[in-house]
Write a protein that binds this ligand. Sequence first.
Ligand code: BG6
Length: 458
Amino acid sequence: MKYAFPDNFWWGSASSALQTEGAREGETTWDYWFAREPNRFHNGVGPQQTSTFYQHWKTDIQLLKQLNHNSFRTSISWARLIPDGIGEVNPDAVDFYHQVIDELNEHGITPFITLFHFDMPMAMQEIGGWENRDVVDAYARYAQICFELFGDRVLHWFTFNEPIVPVEGGYLYDFHYPNVVDFRRAATVAYHTVLAHAKAVQAYRAGHYAGEIGIVLNLTPSYPRSQNPADVKAAHVADLMFNRSFLDPVLRGEYPADLVALLKSYDQLPACKPEDGFLIAEGKIDLLGINYYQPRRVKCRDSAVNPQAPFMPEWFFDSYEMPGRKMNPYRGWEIYAPGIYDILINLRDNYGNPRCFISENGMGVENEQRFIENGQINDQYRIEFISEHLTWLHKGISKGCNCLGYHMWTFIDNWSWCNAYKNRYGFIQLDLETQQRTIKKSGEWFATTALNNSFEKE
Ligand code: BG6
């Protein structure tokens, strides 16, 4: 069967500043943490060892063109642009981002720009990071500077990439700096991130720029083990905590009342100011980026909560390993393509069918060299992964969902936080030593699909 996509469908990929640029300027929490605890990073590889986009942006953009991208998302590094987070703007950074944006536009590749992709300037973290409202204001100033500098040529802005991940990693589950385990502080970080988002949206609207502004959320549909009310309730709480804590403020302009009531009953609400509600209401977006990698399957807890243990989302559910589920064993994530469809239908039915696109989807695989045939990685598994997800996306569009594009994670194999180069995600293989780039089979498949705006699948 032929799967054809609407005209002007966005075909592309996503990446981020810290994961690709190298030539670090302006210290981030990642540089700081890596200098102190390199053992927390796979094979001791830190954020200095990248695909060197800072040097090779020109040739990389030619490769994007070769892959028939009509759009590409990357981020601006706050710490590169404003090294202390709040003061002087670094002119070299301005030149760099100007050149990248212009080059993309000249090649007919629409730049999608994220303002914050996990990379907090260390100077801002030293004053409390997202726990401090001064950092919210510093971020709003940074956003405004970006709009003023680049807003005439960037028409698609994203305030944050997966804002819940720094909350989970840094304040609940110990996989980002500052390695705190404290729900109330996590909730404060999440809340202030929403305020920062809303302030950036406000600044964008006030500037009357020609483009649109949104946010990128990692949505993990929460599936209950069964329809038993206890399982359904568990899935509902997981959904509130991990999806709706950001989805509702940015699409509805307010938090779900039952999430607020739940946190209140456990004394976990962050400190709020009366004027915050108006600000959050003004943070409604034009465009939602959806990162979809895996579903979340839950069941009601089997055991009682240890009242001495720190308050955690898992007080309300256990994760459920569904028999027969398909796994990506390298990343430990379930592969479930219908999840894309369920997300789109949920947005259509419960959130007014917003303009949205798949901003990341992907499959990280270890030791891909074993699949080399005639000098090229034959990653048929990735082609199957993409085409399967695209069929469900296609079905969503056929049911009226307002999904405008599909971006893959990622363009060239890149540095993946604590996993460094363990799992490779790229359309293009990176030889870290020589910096040689070689297009994988999936890159060729994607280029053809993007060119035809369609693909064939049985
Ligand atoms: C997303 C992020 O969570 O998934 C990326 O936006 C990240 O920054 C990607 O690299 C893949 O996840 P991981 O943890 O395997 O790198």
